[in-house]
Design a protein around this ligand. Structure first.
Ligand code: FAD
Length: 457
């Protein structure tokens, strides 16, 4: 008999709850432990998962395979298509290896939950599902009436109180289950190539980045995190998205370096935002089905101009900070949080385009694309979500640029056509041949956006 562990978006050997339990089961039953990952290119396409993220997963799997081999655990990759085929594929795999039990960490999004329920029903062996992806799993942070929170601040307060009752220490890597396996051959490529240079692609690299962020940068995080020209944030989002790193590891490192500082408190808050949006997606599954959290906003008549959308995607709107952000996304697969807010607001409130178009485009480009955070961020910016900015609050893209990129350093890096302009002109460039004039008048666009939202209240 064999014990099985099924890896999904938890591609690490340290602090992995399912792996610890699977190893214990294998040891107690004196049987080998085998690991499996199923590629789902059809599902990734439906979820608009970026090629960069798929490449990161591929690199992470090769690294994980090596780490597991040293522990005596073989990792197999099964090439699949969508979630629909997974129960049969896992069933066959379990039979082939005479599996006694399957272990995996839970995921909290609707399609993933349905997939796991189907697996549980299809397999003839016990399936053990563990909470691991969040510090506080959905259902553990509820208000006095037992309802999920819809606003972040009280959620964060309750989250911290609930965490204080827990031991959030990371778990150790399991001891080797036998002799190390021979050095494994890398897996066959399962996706088209895309550049992931500079992103941690294995758990050691992710941990190293976490350590240096916590020792060198987090102190100033509260002051620097809003300035895209400054490397003031952790850039760990991709590692967290595919589970090279766990939030417990983040918290433990943060606490090891800092008892209290504004920077550390603010960073912890961001980790709580990550949890908040996962809870929202779990408790209000309509947001996973393409619906706005605020149903009335689904009656808005959006602008469907492909040309406007294209200008936004390509970073050619004539608003320098918007264009710099959109070009950063396309060129690097990542965008600074302040710019995600500015560009998202611009698409919805200045171009009046459906936030879902932007949500989908972001997913198709982001190396850190994660449904709950992306959907939450978009619905916040579009004023359609749980804890949304009020609809009459509209970012002014010019003053946002002046405030958060005062010298224009960031704009110059991504919009080289404007590199020669001084720090005043760069936010409102004089007309020049190689850079578009603004595609909308912000003042009018703002009034129109407010009217659009008012009409459906
Ligand atoms: P840090 O500032 O170092 O924050 C640490 C970690 O906290 C991040 O790695 C991330 O896991 C989490 N986090 C930070 N801010 C948020 C937030 N507002 N919501 C949820 N989690 C957060 N984040 C994603 O991980 N994936 C996405 O697909 C995504 N899409 C977004 C779309 C929009 C429109 C907006 C406004 C935000 C989005 N975010 C998303 C949140 C945030 O922009 C990124 O997490 C952050 O920029 C990643 O950089 P970092 O790792 O340096 O973050």
């Amino acid at each position: 008999m064999t014990t099985l562990i099924w890896f999904r978006n938890d591609l690490r050997s340290l602090d992995n709850t399912a792996l610890v339990h699977a190893a214990r089961h294998a040891r107690e039953h004196n049987e080998p432990l085998r690991a499996v990952f199923i590629t789902t290119p059809g599902q990734w396409q439906q979820h608009h998962t970026s090629l960069r993220q798929q490449n990161l997963i591929a690199a992470a799997l090769n690294a994980l395979q090596e780490t597991l081999a040293k522990l005596g655990i073989a990792l197999d990759v099964i090439n699949g298509d969508t979630f629909n085929e997974v129960p049969d594929q896992l069933g066959l795999y379990a039979k082939k290896h005479a599996a006694s039990a399957l272990f995996a960490n839970r995921e909290y999004l609707l399609n993933e939950i349905r997939r796991d329920e189907a697996v549980d029903a299809a397999l003839e062996i016990p399936c053990h599902w563990h909470h691991d992806r969040l510090l506080m799993e959905p259902g553990t942070v509820l208000n006095g009436s037992g309802e999920p929170y819809k606003v972040f601040t009280p959620f964060a307060k309750a989250w911290k109180a609930a965490l204080a009752e827990r031991d959030p220490s990371p778990l150790r890597r399991p001891r080797a289950l036998g002799d190390a396996l021979p050095s494994p051959r890398p897996f066959k490529r399962f996706c088209e190539r895309a550049d992931i240079d500079g992103w941690p692609a294995d758990e050691d690299a992710a941990l190293k980045q976490l350590r240096s962020f916590c020792s060198e940068t987090v102190e100033d995080y509260a002051k620097q995190r809003d300035f895209p020209a400054v490397a003031g944030t952790s850039r760990l989002s991709a590692a967290l998205a595919i589970g090279l790193l766990s939030p417990r590891q983040c918290l433990a490192r943060l606490r090891a370096e800092h008892t209290r500082s504004d920077g550390a408190d603010t960073w912890l808050n961001e980790l709580i935002w990550r949890e908040f949006y996962q809870h929202v997606a779990y408790h209000f599954p309509r947001v996973v089905k393409g619906k706005a959290y605020k149903p009335e906003t689904d009656n808005i008549r959006w602008n469907t101009s492909k040309q406007d959308f294209e200008a936004w995607c390509e970073g050619k709107t004539g608003f320098p900070i918007v264009d710099a952000g959109m070009r950063q996304l396309k060129q690097t697969g990542w965008m600074h949080n302040r710019l995600r807010m500015i560009t998202a607001s611009f698409l919805v409130k200045d171009l009046h385009i459906d936030w879902r178009w932007g949500e989908q485009y972001f997913m198709s480009q982001l190396i850190d694309g994660e449904f709950a955070a992306n959907n939450g961020g978009w619905q916040w910016a579009a004023s359609t979500g749980t804890d949304a900015a009020p609809y009459f609050r509209v970012f002014n893209p010019t003053t946002q640029g002046q405030r958060f990129d005062p010298n224009g350093h960031f704009i110059r890096e991504f919009v080289p056509e404007l590199a020669e302009l001084n720090s005043r002109q760069i936010h409102q460039p004089p007309s020049q041949e190689n850079y578009p004039t603004p595609i909308v008048d912000h003042k009018q666009a703002r009034e129109h956006a407010i009217a659009m939202f008012k009409a459906v209240q």
